[in-house]
Write a protein that binds this ligand. Structure first.
Ligand code: GLC
Length: 558
């Protein structure tokens, strides 16, 4: 079976993982230094968020040179050493590929600014004349995912206001024109560059982007409110016609990339970040001659309700079954409010403002959210397919909500006109130690203060540290470790069939393999089946009763 069908893949956000040169930002050597920890979790692979040369206006997703390492993270030698060291520890490495846009600092964009309208240099991006008498109105009515118009106007070489360029994200992330063969060739070069360095795969950023509907038509006015009226993920997820997402052209690219991946030894793969719906559209990205895997984002938009979770599991599995691809469960990543908060407050990643996206902090019960997040872990690890974990999820980190406004870095903060604090709260450096030295052990520089870390951890962060969780068998960290260890040796887990078990409506219960069962209790306490032996639980059980917001793995006899 292909490795990604069963794997637990751990996302490292390098800037917040481990700082080894004392500058308050994580680096690649820091990831190497934590491989023992990663191995001890029982994961199979690491996905590294971008560490490429970048002005870092959008956490490195604004790539200036995809074949160079940003000095803030170290050197190319460090990257190669990390790949080798991970392989030595039997961990695979996936790296990010960001094909929808380049930073406006990329040499191509700079050349485009120095060139005339209609030039070859401009044709690598989407440069258009504006509408209106003097071209003062953007070429169409599209908006940026982060807020505001998706177009910025440039000054021509003569100093006069000129053409507009498209940026679906930040104004420093210029969308590439995938009709241009140089763009295609350059990304093939990047794929081969990292494959030659030994990576096992790629995470394709905004995999549903790249191609735009020909003529770049306006979004129909009746849909503007629906698509652009609500912030980010609402827009990404809304099923209406979007002339900039999910165009047929992307599939040709994936067919050609698949050939490149298959031409290498080992099992190289790519996973799509495709925010498309309905689920049947995602299946297209993982047809047998396209990408091997796609994130399943259903659980990022779910309420903590048994019927909704059951429905999402059914939809996910049946959509991909048609193309024979495995699904991959995701409860956290660097773009969403952490699951501890989300599952407690019933957040579905929709909304325009901090309040609508991050919920009402006064209603937050972190203890309950933690119970739910731990249950979600046991559920995800028992469902068919693979899982992607995000750093800190294994520590049960909640969202950090008290980063001072003047320290926020997410472009969404500014582009939403300071209405949405954005995604920094899930990107705060990992607390390794309980004492605050070196920002809770994030930095090798013990004198580094919390304020000197690139995003300041809060004073209460230490209680979530890996160190403080080591010796507690019920800590989130140890629940994770034990779950991953059991999963590795349990023949029924990983990819394969599942069978629903008849259970009260507030309980999600399913069987895997011959005799393995997972029960997740969303309602009041229930009695466990009499013919069962407990293998693991997300929190202590009450005798033979499964408490609210708790999940259990059982060995059952028929
Ligand atoms: C993806 C990334 C996100 C980034 C965006 C633009 O959604 O996960 O962090 O802002 O693409 O590249």
């Amino acid at each position: 079976m292909d490795w990604w069908s069963n794997s637990a893949i751990y996302q490292v956000y390098p800037r917040s993982f481990q700082d080894t040169n004392g500058d308050g930002e994580g680096d690649l050597v820091g990831v190497i230094s934590r491989l023992t920890y990663l191995k001890s979790l029982g994961i199979d692979a690491i996905w590294l968020s971008p560490f490429y040369l970048s002005p870092n206006n959008d956490g490195g997703y604004d790539v200036q040179d995809p074949r160079a390492v940003d000095p803030r993270f170290g050197s190319m030698e460090d990257a190669v050493n990390l790949i080798k060291a991970a392989h030595k520890s039997d961990l695979r490495i996936i790296v990010d590929l960001v094909p929808n846009h380049f930073s406006t600092e990329h040499k191509w964009f700079k050349a485009a600014l120095q060139s005339l309208p209609g030039s070859l240099e401009r044709s690598r991006f989407h440069f258009y004349d504006g509408r209106g008498e003097s071209g003062e109105i953007p070429p169409n009515n599209w908006c940026s995912i982060f807020g505001g118009p998706a177009w910025s106007r440039v000054k021509e070489v003569d100093g006069k206001p000129g053409q507009w360029y498209l940026h679906l994200f930040n104004s420093t992330q210029a969308d590439l024109n995938w009709e241009n063969t140089e763009v295609k060739e350059d990304f093939e070069k990047t794929l081969r560059f990292w494959l030659d360095k030994g990576v096992d795969g790629f995470r394709i950023d905004v995999a549903h982007g790249m191609f735009k509907e020909s003529g770049l038509p306006d979004v129909r006015s009746s849909w503007i409110e629906k698509i652009f009226g609500k912030n980010n993920l609402t827009r990404m997820l809304s099923p209406e016609h979007k002339p900039f997402w999910d165009q047929e052209g992307v599939h040709d690219i994936y067919r050609s990339w698949r050939k490149i991946l298959d031409s290498y030894d080992g099992d190289r793969m790519a996973v799509a970040e495709a925010w498309v719906s309905p689920a049947s559209r995602i299946a297209k990205y993982v047809r047998s001659d396209e990408l091997q895997n796609s994130f399943n984002f259903e659980m990022l938009t779910t309420l903590w309700k048994a019927d909704q979770i059951r429905e999402k599991i059914n939809n996910s599995i049946s959509a991909l079954a048609e193309v024979g691809a495995p699904t991959s469960w995701v409860f956290n990543n660097h773009d969403v409010v952490r699951s501890v908060d989300r599952l407690d407050l019933g957040l579905t990643n929709h909304g325009d403002t901090t309040f609508s996206r991050h919920g009402d902090v006064n209603k937050l019960d972190i203890a309950r959210g933690t119970l739910r997040a731990k249950s979600a872990t046991l559920m995800a690890l028992a469902l068919p397919g693979g899982t992607y974990l995000y750093q800190g999820e294994e520590l049960g980190l909640p969202e950090v909500r008290d980063i001072p406004e003047d320290r926020l870095t997410d472009p969404r903060w500014k582009m939403s006109n300071y209405k949405d604090r954005g995604r920094d709260g899930c990107r705060v450096p990992i607390p390794w130690k309980s004492a605050s030295d070196g920002a809770f052990g994030f930095s090798s520089n013990e004198n580094l203060t919390l304020q000197q870390a690139w995003l300041p951890p809060s004073s209460w962060w230490g209680k979530y540290s890996a160190e403080s969780q080591e010796s507690d068998p019920n800590s989130t960290l140890n629940v994770y470790r034990k779950a991953l260890a059991i999963r590795k040796n349990e023949p029924g887990l990983g990819d394969g069939a599942m069978e629903w078990i008849d259970a009260p409506s507030q309980v999600v219960a399913f069987r895997r393999g011959e005799d393995f069962a997972c029960y997740i209790n969303f309602g009041s306490e229930i009695e466990l089946p009499s013919n069962s032996e407990v293998l693991h639980s997300s929190a202590p059980l009450n005798g033979n009763h499964l408490p609210t917001d708790t999940a259990v793995w059982l060995r059952v006899s028929k």
